[in-house]
Design a binder for this molecule. Sequence first.
Ligand code: FRU
Length: 480
Amino acid sequence: MTSLELCSQSELSVPKQSHTDHLRPRFHLTAPYGLINDPNGFIEYDGQFHLFFQWNPNACEHGAKYWGHSTSQDLFNWTLQPDALKPDHSYDQHGCYSGSAFVLDDQLHLFYTGNVKTSDGTRLSTQCLAKATDESNQQFTKLGPVIEKHPEGYTAHFRDPKIWSHDGLWYCVIGAQTTEELGQVLLYRSEDAHNWQFLGPIAGNKINDVSGFGYMFECPDLFHLGNSDVLIGCPQGIEPDGFHFESKHNNGYFIGKLDYASATYSHGSFKPLDQGFEFYAPQTTGASDGRRLLSAWIGIPDEDEQPTTDNDWIHALSLVRELTVRNGKMYQLPAREHARLRGQESGFEDIQLSSESNISIESKHCFELLLDVEQIASEFTLKLADEGDSWVALRYDPQTSIMTLDRTQNSYLPGMRKCQLSSGEKLSLQVFFDQSIIEIFVNHGEEVFTSRVFPTSNQSKITLETGKSCIIRSFVKYDY
Ligand code: FRU
């Protein structure tokens, strides 16, 4: 191997002013300091959930990534464990990049990408294994690369292995780029999770008549749900399509069937998983109770200037979600354990709002809001605001069924995201607000909007403004 350098950056230590930092989330997972991105190795094992994550503990920027590690019994209270992987071997010295976890011979294993950039700028990507070597699954020993190189016809943008087992064999999907710069998803198979056979590309640009589908596919995840095989992930370089895919980097899913014998995946169209501004690199796991759970990065690549860097941290992970597929569509709900976090309840029930009236509740920035509205006669707006100034608004127009997340008043990347709902004159919202994170579940999981917003104080007003009349079945807030 040619000359390889280790990144030397100054270590951050404890977060500055974490106790007074009004932007730091209380019930979303974030790193104590530095930059966090993709969830990795999400798995339930030995009586607890393990959620690893891409972490640069040395700076609030992307760099030589570690795998941070956290564990939880309830998917909401996470305990930080010692780092699982450090970029300290020749084959991963510029980053232990994203990947997944699995259990082999009763031992927790990690499958990740070793990232190396040589001094002439060449990238080398290998797919590597590590395994837990202590009873509490906190110490990991690296076993080295098991897929040494990308296949012929592909570049070294070859990463993010997601592993599963099927009929006694191991499979994995890996995000890849062809030498013509087309983003594709590659399928591999193995008998022992160490020796892997390349089966071919199964989805992406120029596969299955798909075209214009970008230059790289990151973080693929393929899993069985209901009667379908779902492939989620992040194609980079796709064009906006109506209201969809308007971010710099996007996320979404195919619903289809994987034919294991022919290594082909037939699927429908690619749809967004989340309609908000910041959502990327989602990863799922199958829980022992049968649920398919998802975690994602509330951030996107190339957007790393946020006010929190003044306090030495940036980004967070989403709430864990439960997935179901109905009529060819993905539904997402917050993991049901969230109800345990509910504190004091306040709000209104069964009231009729006449033309141009409004109702409000005062709030701190840490709450869940349930809103059920019927007979909506014209557009209404739900606003979250500091004294006078609204920094995020949700608008719903019953004539077009279009919901708009309006961040134009926010100092951070002002803009709007829209999507079309099925609901007409009825709407149900479940909004989680956590200091500087908003996650909005619309119509019992039909759509979700996830975004960052950066209020200037710690106190706000939640106001519902109607144009013409509507009936509010509930407008209830739980403090968290
Ligand atoms: C997605 C991604 C992955 C890569 C990791 C590096 O956000 O770019 O493809 O493994 O982040 O941190």
